[in-house]
Design a protein. Structure first.
Length: 260
């Protein structure tokens, strides 16, 4: 039986999220995406916790910027990231491949390689949750800085899309409201998008995060996981031309979102 995991959301920078993972009775925590050291240290010290490991979803500085300072504060801390990011994640000590299972301080995660935003992007799945960095956002996905539309389609709809519907999705940024405005633009008759937008607006007005979502919610409202929607395909017709493959649809949606 998997241990119960408590996830604390740590706001960083303007709109990043780091995540502090603990299990009841343990004084050692794991952090996902240590964007900057200060907020993570404050969260640890406020709970009288020590840091045992950092899980880095990809190499971008706004996700790994706190690694070095935290490693200095907690000598010997394990820092996990994709083997494809070797040399690009500060302090990295463990180099994971697709499908690897890592056991760290009472937690067990399966590492899922999800290229698209970057070539070394990895999601950490376990305990009913998946930490997706900038690959799968709530109602969106990351820009294609290193990968291709085909890579991102596979990462979102084949790899992450195969996870159980009730999987909680913890992503790297608070972009949900703007993502839902775009979702409503490309699929205006999707009532689930409108309902979700109202819920998110209420949360944000109270200063609360819009994460986590669930995979079922993403399938229902995230245009990048709805590449078979006739309405979205019709909206993208001019960009698509005669090519209507799911990968081409995702590429068209991403290009439209970049210009939205």
């Amino acid at each position: 039986m998997l241990a119960r995991v408590e996830v604390a959301i740590i706001p960083c920078f303007k709109d990043n999220y780091a995540y502090l993972l603990t299990t009841p009775g343990s004084r050692t925590a794991v952090v996902v995406d240590a964007s900057e050291a200060g907020p993570v240290l404050a969260a640890l010290e406020g709970r009288e916790l020590t840091l045992g490991a950092i899980l880095s979803t990809h190499h971008h500085p706004d996700h790994v910027g706190g690694n070095s300072a935290l490693a200095e504060r907690f000598p010997g801390v394990a820092i996990y990231g994709s083997a494809n990011d070797r040399g690009r994640i500060p302090g990295q000590t463990h180099f994971v491949a697709d499908g690897d299972v890592i056991d760290v301080h009472g937690f067990s995660f399966r590492c899922l390689l999800v290229p698209g935003h970057t070539l070394g992007a990895v999601a950490f799945f376990g305990h009913g949750a998946v930490f997706t960095g900038d690959t799968l956002f709530a109602a969106g996905c990351g820009r294609l800085f290193e990968g291709t539309p085909a890579m991102m389609y596979h990462s979102l709809n084949v790899v992450l899309g195969a996870l159980p519907p009730d999987t909680r999705v913890y992503c790297g940024h608070e972009y949900t409201a703007s993502n839902l405005r775009f979702a409503a633009h490309v699929e205006p008759t999707n009532h689930a998008v409108a309902e979700r937008a109202a819920r998110v607006a209420s949360l944000r007005e109270k200063g609360e995060p819009s994460v986590p979502s669930t995979l079922a919610e993403e399938r229902a409202t995230n245009p990048f996981m709805r590449c078979d929607s006739a309405e979205i395909i019709a909206h993208m017709a001019e960009r698509l031309g005669a090519t209507r493959t799911p990968e081409a649809v995702l590429g068209a949606i991403r290009a439209a979102k970049d210009a939205f």
